[in-house]
Design a binder for this molecule. Structure first.
Ligand SMILES: C[S@@+](CC[C@H](N)C(=O)[O-])C[C@H]1O[C@@H](n2cnc3c(N)ncnc32)[C@H](O)[C@@H]1O
Length: 290
């Protein structure tokens, strides 16, 4: 994934792929429906490998916002969570949801992928796992919850980088949040879009326009989309949340800690010292009109 960036080591330049490779990657338009279909099956296929690769860094019952290691137990971007009804969007293996449950929150974790949720359910059955996090399979663009049913909502790289219509996710989260409720989400920092997905020196030279919103895609030999990651500039993200009636309270751009020597895909100490890798938006639904 583009950068993914987050967790996939795909090469972006189709010309650089071996001729025998059955899959192709590059940039082309991808509609909302085909994007979701492709990503559901991609995350299903990758669920176990993703956990094997990143589970140790994430910790089974921790709430880590990003590869820079910002941990909610110290950052407290969500504020008080005990006794609150909390929605986690794109929860994956639900590490964050279990941490929230351990703090006394009533949590629902939503994810598009049944197999990511199967990993979450398995981790939730460990004897030492904090109980109480409910899991629901759903598309974040159409949340199956009543209006104003959550006090807080959060997402650590869930859903938003992967949908063609993140404005729809913003509207849905705003709808299910009670007035005054906080919505905090982390995404790949938009600036990274301009740079190759490489943890080394090659990842320090911009090769694409930051302003080109054409998604990064992977497709099979028949041209069927198998994966998509969609870019939004910082301004796009702000416009999406403002249009949904949300207010921006803070934009956290975590710096790479000096004692953090690990890498995550294209996130590395080398790049982290120079370029932002993650943007964490802290927002809320206003309590009163407007
Ligand atoms: C990078 S993982 C984030 C999960 C977890 N926070 C982590 O760091 O492992 C992205 C998750 O978003 C989910 N996702 C992608 N598109 C989605 C959508 N439209 N609705 C809900 N979840 C989606 C994927 O299935 C995947 O579990």
């Amino acid at each position: 994934m583009l950068q993914d960036r987050f967790m996939h080591e795909a090469e972006h330049d189709p010309a650089a792929l071996p001729a025998v490779d059955p899959d192709r990657s590059g940039y082309r338009p991808a509609a909302p429906g085909e994007t979701v279909r492709a990503n559901r099956s991609w995350w299903d296929d990758e669920a176990e490998d993703y956990y094997d690769e990143h589970g140790r860094f994430l910790g089974d019952d921790r709430f880590v916002w990003c590869p820079e290691g910002v941990d909610e137990s110290r950052a407290r971007l969500l504020g008080e969570v005990a006794g609150r009804a909390v929605l986690e969007v794109g929860c994956g293996a639900a590490q964050c949801s279990r941490w929230l449950a351990a703090q006394g929150a009533r949590v629902v974790g939503v994810d598009l992928s049944g197999r990511m949720l199967a990993v979450a359910a398995r981790l939730g059955r460990r004897p030492e796992a904090p109980g109480g996090a409910a899991l629901v399979q759903a598309d974040a663009r159409t949340l199956p919850f009543r209006d104003a049913s959550f006090d807080l909502a959060c997402s650590a790289f869930g859903a938003l980088p992967f949908v063609a219509d993140p404005d729809q996710v913003m509207r849905e989260v705003a709808r299910v949040l009670r007035p005054g409720g906080r919505w905090v989400f982390s995404v790949t920092h938009p600036v990274r879009w301009a740079f190759p997905d490489d943890p080394g020196p090659a990842g320090l030279t911009a090769v694409r326009s930051y302003f080109d919103r054409t998604p990064y895609v992977e497709e099979d030999r028949n041209g069927t989309l198998t994966y998509a990651e969609h870019h939004r500039t910082l301004g796009d993200r702000v416009r999406d949340l403002v249009a949904a009636g949300l207010r921006l309270d803070n934009l956290v751009e975590p710096e790479w800690p000096a004692d953090h020597h690990g890498s995550w895909g294209a996130w590395s100490p080398l790049r982290g010292r120079i370029l932002p890798g993650t943007a964490i938006f802290v927002t809320h639904r206003p309590a009163g009109p407007g």
